[in-house]
Design a protein. Structure first.
Length: 191
């Protein structure tokens, strides 16, 4: 699930074709809550089915109902949030317990919610972390699958912080997904 450019989705797609996720999983569909999400076009170019339910202009209860119906129709093994910029409602999380995974640009013990790289920049941190975690009903409070440090020494701008963080995200997310999908995260593998 994406809301924008889909850079993490593209990194995962690459790994399913040529890398650490090859023969372990496939991307069934790319979903966005925004019709103008650049990642949708990129997914289509890769031959991946896309689907949009616009969140803007729709009441949350209506949007959630449409989203749950669509997700049920897809019956995904896992739902991977890759830059999906909406908080999932409890009813969606309850519908797919233990099957929703997110990547967060900070240590979830130190910063939850939006703007993790901006938080690291404003606080002049020399390192930050990227956290991959299961989604629960809290905000970035689900069980941690893995964390990786991002070196921020000698960065000169927020853009540089984001660039370094995304470089880590693009590799690390697939590593964590591999752990989950092969049952090496301490949890039972889902079908």
């Amino acid at each position: 699930m994406i809301s924008g450019r889909g850079s993490n989705m593209l990194a995962i797609a690459k790994e399913t074709k040529f890398g650490k996720l090859k023969e372990i999983c496939e991307i069934q569909a790319v979903f966005s809550n925004r019709e103008d999400a650049v990642g949708l076009q990129k997914a289509s170019e890769l031959g991946i089915m896309t689907h949009v339910i616009a969140s803007k202009g729709n009441k949350r209860i209506y949007y959630n109902s449409l989203l749950i119906d669509w997700l049920r129709s897809q019956n995904p093994g896992y739902i991977i949030l890759a830059g999906y910029m909406r908080i999932l409602s409890p009813e969606i999380i309850r519908e797919f317990p233990g099957r929703i995974i997110n990547i967060h640009p900070a240590d979830t013990a130190e910063h939850q919610g939006l703007h993790g790289y901006e938080w690291a920049w404003k606080n002049k941190l020399e390192t930050t972390k990227v956290t991959v975690h299961f989604v629960d009903e809290g905000l970035d409070t689900g069980g941690i699958i893995g964390q990786k440090t991002v070196d921020l020494t000698e960065v000169n701008s927020l853009e540089e912080v984001e660039s370094r963080g995304l470089k880590v995200e693009h590799e690390f997310y697939s590593e964590c997904l591999r752990k989950v999908l092969t049952g090496k995260d301490g949890k039972t593998q889902k079908d």
